[in-house]
Design a protein around this ligand. Structure first.
Ligand SMILES: C[S@@+](CC[C@H](N)C(=O)[O-])C[C@H]1O[C@@H](n2cnc3c(N)ncnc32)[C@H](O)[C@@H]1O
Length: 230
């Protein structure tokens, strides 16, 4: 198992190194460290029914969460898995890497997809792309979608991760567990109001985790949020 993760990490590092920081900012291409993905997955395992899991990753990169999923739940766990990745730079090698696994990967914009079935476990580190990287017609479409699906009006200053979180629940079964590694900034600023309202009223928020600067210093400005769908 660890060989699989070692090989995945080599691919991740090599793909990241081929892009500039500015390019990676546009699509929010910053990967989750494997130990952190494992911590989140352990929590998920304790709080989910493990007989048959349908796993969804809306912004999969090279699949660190899927790797952590197999590590924590065991490679023989009965499951299906679907991931989306918009950028062929990450999508092509990732699809090749996971070709002998149960993971299906689509080269598509998650925010423009319609769910064909529903999932029981979602784990995501979505793109943190700032609002000025979202084209205005796309932003308008996303704001309308959020209103349609949640009844909440979202500020045009919200980052892409807010749309990912609020539009993902329609992919989830009742009682599904959804885990999100996102920046904490939305809790203190005006544009975060819609997301706070959503987490308080539209789902059953069960855990907010802040990182110890000693363990994951790089993530000190992030939290992960875990909720159940109702
Ligand atoms: C923050 S990275 C996280 C990758 C991986 N989940 C991880 O934790 O390492 C976000 C990923 O989402 C991809 N992405 C950005 N916008 C997307 C979209 N609209 N639909 C699907 N994937 C997207 C980026 O290319 C990037 O690989």
């Amino acid at each position: 198992m660890m060989k699989l993760e070692t090989d995945r990490k080599i691919i991740q590092d090599s793909l990241d190194a081929q892009k500039t920081q500015a390019e990676r900012n546009v699509l929010g291409q910053f990967s989750t460290p494997f130990p952190l993905a494992v911590d989140i997955m352990k929590y998920a395992k304790e709080n989910t029914v493990t007989d048959s899991i349908s796993f969804l990753e809306p912004a999969i990169g090279t699949g660190v969460f899927y790797s952590a999923f197999l590590h924590v739940f065991g490679e023989n766990v009965s499951h299906t898995a679907l991931g989306f990745e918009i950028d062929p730079h990450y999508y092509n090698p990732t699809k090749e890497f996971w070709k002998n696994s149960a993971l299906e990967i689509k080269n598509a914009d998650f925010l423009e997809q319609q769910p064909e079935k529903k999932y029981s476990l979602l784990v995501a580190n979505p793109p943190y792309s700032r609002h000025h990287h979202i084209k205005s017609d796309k932003k308008k479409y996303l704001q309308e979608m959020v209103f349609l699906h949640t009844g909440i009006r979202i500020s045009g200053l919200a980052g892409l991760y807010c749309y990912f979180l609020m539009l993902s629940t329609r992919w989830l079964k009742e009682n599904a567990l959804s885990c999100w590694l996102i920046p904490s900034e939305f809790m203190d600023v005006n544009f975060g109001k819609a997301l706070k309202e959503y987490l308080l009223n539209n789902v059953d928020l069960i855990q907010i985790h802040s990182f110890s600067p000693r363990r994951f210093a790089i993530f000190r400005c992030f939290n992960y949020f875990i909720y159940r769908c109702f």
